[in-house]
Design a protein around this ligand. Sequence first.
Ligand code: SF4
Ligand code: SF4
Length: 233
Amino acid sequence: MNACQKNSVSCFACCGLANLDLPSDQKEALLDHRTHEFEKLNMDFSRFPEYRQRREKEEEAIPRHNSETYVCPFLGYLEPRRPGCMIHPARTGDPKSQNYSFYGASICLSYDCPAKDREEENGHSLYSDFLESSFPEQYHRLICDSELYSLLETIPDFPDSVCKAEKPVQWLIQLIKLRLKHPQSEKNTSFERLMVRATQQEAAVAALFRPEDRELALTCLKELMQLANRTAH
Ligand code: SF4
Ligand code: SF4
């Protein structure tokens, strides 16, 4: 298990689905359709290129938030309600099977968003565990949110200082709920980067939260900073 595939939830943001400008029920229907089509291939690798071409063609008319960000048709359902890579080596038994995709195996297997990267480095999964338990339905929109993660990293000793508590820290819950209200939070593919310094709190909050939520977001952040500083002493 890692930040992409947790016990009860999964993230698939860097495979591009959120880049499609579709309501969530239509994205789910698309994943169902892809899965159904892919299953007909019976894991016959020789049919993967044709599947990819056909799906890319069929999906090309769907509007995208960012024309530069690729949407991979090999993302489907690994099991009900668990999207994931249908040609991942764990399923195919071949470490190179993702070479049939646009990115190729080396990128698919090595790319880590900042939150995942940090968890691999630290050897613990406090932040993704916290999101899994507190925001299961929105997990895939949050763990990949690199801009939000940059802001959270300005909290001293994050995530230990605010995710380790036995009960979830309400200021963190509140801050994340505010972030979910921003339209960008529906479109994250993990490649977005905060265009201001995260340490410039007001500017960072202006980039991440709706105007009507910014004051409360700043209060949440201030409380989290104080809590983290108290924890450290
Ligand atoms: S955004 Fe991060 S957690 Fe999500 S699928 Fe990509 S690497 Fe995994
Ligand atoms: S091939 Fe790569 S980009 Fe495509 S679904 Fe699998 S991991 Fe995602």
